[in-house]
Design a protein around this ligand. Sequence first.
Ligand SMILES: CC(C)(COP(=O)(O)OP(=O)(O)OC[C@H]1O[C@@H](n2cnc3c(N)ncnc32)[C@H](O)[C@@H]1OP(=O)(O)O)[C@@H](O)C(=O)NCCC(=O)NCCS
Length: 173
Amino acid sequence: MSDLSLTILPETPGDAQPIERLHERTFGPGRYVLSAYRLREHVDHILDLSFTARIGTLLVGSVRQLPVCIGETPALLLGPLTVEPPFRGRGIARALLERALAEDKAKDVRLVILVGDEPYYSRVGFKKIPRGTATMPGPVDPARLLVRELADGAFDGVSGAIRPDWSAVTVSG
Ligand SMILES: CC(C)(COP(=O)(O)OP(=O)(O)OC[C@H]1O[C@@H](n2cnc3c(N)ncnc32)[C@H](O)[C@@H]1OP(=O)(O)O)[C@@H](O)C(=O)NCCC(=O)NCCS
């Protein structure tokens, strides 16, 4: 960032409306049919592991994470990641991602998955999930299904359907 001071903070309940408006502007009404949204319908994101970016008091970006299982292995699903258009290209998304992944690791999260562009997310260590290893509910381009291991070998032997982690529902409040 240049001279503007950027703050990354855990999401609070009061952030819900501005974030919803940001998603509406970014993804439009069609967002609800996206495969990742199907998981979000069933389990809330974890506020402590979701983050907002602010310049002054203005909310300019957001990243959320929600608990899922891949087969029987717990993981987090990261997304949506969004930055207000006028504030893009200044490293805000990267700051949100780095904060989220650092907090995940501090809380002993071992795996983070997402649906997104590998050329972008590879900058923070995400890799393609081998085709057929893990399946999202609904159609997803396999080349966009990515994983970040936060512990060595955390994805070794992991496979199966990606579904909400019901056991973690109470964590999200
Ligand atoms: C993707 C997004 C979050 C990036 O936010 P940002 O704050 O501009 O990102 P950063 O400043 O950290 O990084 C910008 C860099 O990423 C690159 N980049 C952005 N989107 C990219 C993509 N889809 N693929 C490859 N590179 C991408 C930019 O070209 C820029 O490159 P540079 O650093 O070499 O100039 C933002 O563009 C956005 O909200 N897009 C719409 C929503 C979206 O697609 N979200 C991701 C899927 S959930």
